[in-house]
Design a protein around this ligand. Sequence first.
Ligand SMILES: *[C@@H]1O[C@H](CO)[C@@H](O)[C@H](O)[C@H]1NC(C)=O
Ligand SMILES: *[C@@H]1O[C@H](CO)[C@@H](O)[C@H](O)[C@H]1NC(C)=O
Length: 192
Amino acid sequence: MANTKSLKTIFSITVVNLILSFGSAKSSTFYENLSPKSLRLKKEKLCHLHFFFHDIVSGPNPTAIRVADSPSTNSSSTLFGYIAMIDDPLTMGPEPESKVVEKAQGIYGSASQHELGLLMVLNFVFTEGKYNGSTLSLLGRNAVFFSIREMSIIGGSRAFRFAREYAQAKTHTFDLKTGNVVVDYNVYVLHY
Ligand SMILES: *[C@@H]1O[C@H](CO)[C@@H](O)[C@H](O)[C@H]1NC(C)=O
Ligand SMILES: *[C@@H]1O[C@H](CO)[C@@H](O)[C@H](O)[C@H]1NC(C)=O
């Protein structure tokens, strides 16, 4: 009886030591390899999004406001140095009263001295449907006088974790009087 008991005790101590040493070995690093299954990542999906981007620069409620420029910006033919902060509505159709499904929040700035080329740094913030609360991040060069401009989708959140791929922008209307622009966006995203 006594022998079995002490064997049991030795066994338990050994098990405890093993667990402890395993635990300490694990905590000696701050990184690990994971299987995609552990984050419940299954099949990668391709999603196509289509919406209209309304950049409203004038009137009583502009959605794009100039936040910076340099003394030479106004004399530059490409407004080099101009920077705007935007919270632009993204709608299903091209009309201003069309249903808003997302916002484009971020910054664009004139980054080219020789032709109009904008640096775009934006988050598409979804406010409707199954992607409500998710975001996609866009970074790219927008040479606005070209018919189709392609920019990168560099990531996303929630439904768009691990997202990547591209966006194509095409000017729908440009109002010379107000400066307001409506842009047709097609976005292709790979995500899980
Ligand atoms: C450039 O022009 C805008 C208005 O057209 C003005 O608000 C701004 O102050 C000017 N910037 C500089 C640096 O002069
Ligand atoms: C989108 O999500 C927000 C925050 O969770 C919620 O308040 C809003 O009602 C949702 N909108 C739709 C259309 O589901």
